[in-house]
Design a protein around this ligand. Structure first.
Ligand SMILES: Nc1nc2c(ncn2[C@@H]2O[C@H](COP(=O)(O)OP(=O)(O)OP(=O)(O)O)[C@@H](O)[C@H]2O)c(=O)[nH]1
Ligand SMILES: [Mg+2]
Length: 675
């Protein structure tokens, strides 16, 4: 490998439950960093140490662990597989040299890797595929490669073929060295003679490997045309060169549970992982000689300290150093799951925890304050919010704590957001799906002792009118001494959709004295916050045309009340109508799912406006539609179930649209019940 520091930073990514956390455990074991292997189901692995992960037996955030193997320091970022935590994965991937896509040999689930492959290709992050769970499958690796290929923009190339006994795998032949091995549980594989039965497969697979590499290298192509077979070291060098540009996806296999193929995987990474190739490509121009790091994950530790996990891309970062605009590093750690081992300095190629950088967020670039200023490193695009709960503190006295705790939570997990909705007066927690939000709520309870009640968020219905009405109202009160008097004539008229509210006055001859006109408007506005149907009124024009006043009894208060009264009498006569918010929704899916998604949209009272192929993601379509917001609460859940989990959408408010008939009646009945 070419990395001068001998460090290799690798992300373990791939579908839900494919075996990533188990593979990290196996790597640590094989490398001798842990004496005893934990199991995810026993809750004693180095990864998945948080309560939220242990409780679910599934990763819910990125965990880092480092170990030494053959003079190389590996730092592994174990990423969650669930698509709902994709932001964790995306941020982690921005800081590694290479990703291992750990996959299950399940031919029906290959599409679940769709977004991941797109992300890796888009950011040119070198990646290999590790076919895990070979101890429990009859699926052939060649079949798996064929099934996965349409999901990957880059060619998949086998590096091993399985040695089988019937359907069972018991070893492999390495296509680069040509050597055969038999797997042994809990110990290294032992060299064996390659059985006759694999010779044909081995030839086919090796041809596939070499021909794929030759597509990137004319000299190799010429050698192959002359039937010359390169030496193992040469194949390795070709592979390293092509992999550095993420040109091909080498495929290896094994079983994390039984440590099969894991040693070979580590060795292969030493042999052909591209080291700092990515650093050279990513570093902004002018960063020569500068020290630069980027935060890939933020932890709020139980003891209150913030730890920013950062990849050092260039130079040296030391504990105590002042970064950026005055943030001082308060503690530097090499992470081992939950454990933080103190160190003093880190250099290019390290991924380390930096303590107490209070105003630094995940994705941020940091550099010594006294060094040359550097351009920010590229960051991952975060997925848009697709699922929400309205939340409320279970205990009234906890209400003041909610927004502070939420903002700490969002620092750890930038794909969460917490926003008040002024229309519905709810506090809304936005995220990526049910599990994502449940984990967030568990964290709030566990770390901040804050228990929240959740509800489906309300839809911000509004109302408008369809008919103009002229109205007179008089507010008069004679209660001994000082009385109250206000008298107004108003014209109420509907306005085109989206205009909002307009107030005008055409009073002549001081019938309503100037100083009371704003009070009339205030009274009108007051009424509009909840119209005859019970919702805020929009798109209406009110003109004060005439009125009367009394020299002693008139007051702002009296005219305000008169304005309100006039509206209360006029509005029910104006043919009020309910308005519902309509969103523009852009749904991204692999094109084979496009017809299903069109049905999904129409089934939710939506309208497909069109679809087009996504230029940046070949094989994917973007369906543009309009859909009532009332139909969107669980849209992501159905979309995922129709698209093997990979479909996503972005939406934004488009307009308000009249809602009548049974659906409107239901909304009104529900609103009444709420009162
Ligand atoms: N038979 C077999 N089981 C495995 C293998 N690797 C993992 N498992 C089991 O599969 C389950 C899921 O493993 P994890 O390591 O948690 O998978 P993961 O990819 O980290 O899962 P997420 O983090 O939830 O995406 C556990 O029960 C493991 O024991 C394997 O190679 N063979
Ligand atoms: Mg995991």
């Amino acid at each position: 490998m070419s990395d001068s520091t001998g460090a290799l930073n690798i992300a373990l990514v791939g579908p839900y439950t494919s075996g990533k956390t188990t593979l990290l455990e196996s790597m640590l074991f094989v490398a001798g960093a842990i004496g005893r292997k934990g199991k995810v189901t026993d809750g004693n692995t180095v990864g998945d140490w948080s309560d939220e992960a242990r409780g679910r037996q599934s990763s819910v955030e990125v965990n880092a662990a480092s170990f030494e193997y053959r003079d190389h320091r590996f730092t592994i970022l174990d990423c969650p597989g669930s698509i709902e935590f994709f932001a964790e994965t995306a941020n982690a991937l921005m800081g590694v040299d290479l990703a291992i896509i750990v996959c299950t040999p399940d031919l029906n689930r290959v599409w679940t890797m769709g977004r991941l492959f797109k992300f890796l290709a888009q950011h040119e992050i070198p990646h290999v595929l590790f076919a895990n769970r070979m101890d429990e499958t009859a699926v052939r690796v060649a079949e798996l490669i064929e099934a996965v290929q349409p999901v990957s923009d880059r060619p998949l190339v086998p590096c091993q073929v399985a040695i089988r006994d019937g359907d069972n795998v018991n070893g492999y032949v390495d296509l680069i060295t040509g050597k055969a091995y038999e797997y042994r549980d809990q110990e290294g594989a032992v060299g064996v003679d390659a059985p006759e039965t694999v010779s044909e497969r081995r030839e086919d697979a090796r041809t596939q490997l070499l021909e794929s590499l030759a597509d990137f290298d004319d000299t190799l192509l010429e050698r192959l045309l002359e039937d010359e077979i390169p030496e193992p070291e040469e194949i390795q060098a070709y592979l390293r060169g092509v992999l550095a540009d993420a040109g091909v996806v080498p495929v290896m296999m094994g079983s994390a549970e039984r440590d099969w193929g894991v040693r070979r995987l580590l060795e292969s990474l030493i042999d052909f992982a591209p080291g700092d190739a990515l650093a050279a490509r990513r570093l902004p121009a002018g960063a020569d000689g500068a020290s630069v790091a980027q935060v890939v994950k933020t932890y709020m530790t139980q003891h209150g300290g913030k730890v920013s996990l950062a990849r050092v891309w260039a130079g040296t970062i030391e504990d105590g150093m002042t970064l950026n605009d005055g943030q001082r590093i308060g503690g530097m750690y090499r992470m081992q799951g939950q454990q933080q081992n103190k160190i003093d300095k880190a250099q290019a190629g390290d991924i380390v925890g930096l303590g107490r950088l209070e105003s630094v967020s995940t994705g941020d670039t940091v550099a010594p304050a006294d060094g040359p200023g550097v351009e920010p490193m590229p960051r991952a695009d975060l997925p848009s919010s697709v699922y929400a709960y309205a939340v409320r503190a279970s205990k009234r006295e906890d209400e003041v704590k909610v927004s502070g705790a939420m903002s700490r939570l969002a620092q750890e997990d930038p794909s969460l957001s917490f926003q008040p909705n002024p229309d519905t007066q709810e506090a809304v927690l936005w995220g990526q799906g049910e599990m994502h939000l449940k984990v967030a709520l568990d964290r709030l309870a566990g770390k901040y002792g804050l228990s929240l009640q959740t509800e489906r968020p309300k839809v911000a219905y509004k109302e408008a009118i369809r008919k103009p009405v002229s109205q007179h109202a008089r507010f008069k009160k004679q209660t001994g001494g000082h009385g109250q008097f206000g008298d107004v004539h108003i014209d109420v008229k509907p306005l085109p959709r989206g205009t909002g509210f307009e107030f005008q006055e055409k009073v002549v001859g001081g019938a309503v004295p100037r100083q009371y006109i704003p009070a009339v408007e205030a009274g009108v506005r007051d009424f509009l916050t909840s119209g005859p149907l019970g919702f805020p009124v929009v798109d209406v024009s009110v003109t004060l045309t005439d009125g009367k006043h009394h020299s002693v009894d008139s007051s702002e208060m009296a005219f305000k009340t008169a304005g309100r009264m006039a509206m209360a009498e006029a509005m029910p006569k104006c043919n009020p109508v309910l308005l519902e918010p309509i969103c523009e929704v852009k749904i991204s899916i692999p094109s084979e799912f496009t017809p299903n998604v069109q049905r999904l949209v129409t089934g939710r009272r939506g309208q497909v406006l069109g679809f087009q192929t996504r230029e940046d993601w070949s094989g994917w379509d973007e369906v543009t539609s309009q859909m009532p917001q009332a139909e969107m609460h669980d849209l992501i859940i159905e979309l995922r179930s129709l698209t093997l989990g990979v479909g996503t959408f972005e939406s934004q408010f488009d307009r308000l649209q009249e809602l009548t008939g049974r659906l409107a009646d239901d909304v009104l009945a529900a609103a009444k019940e709420d009162d």
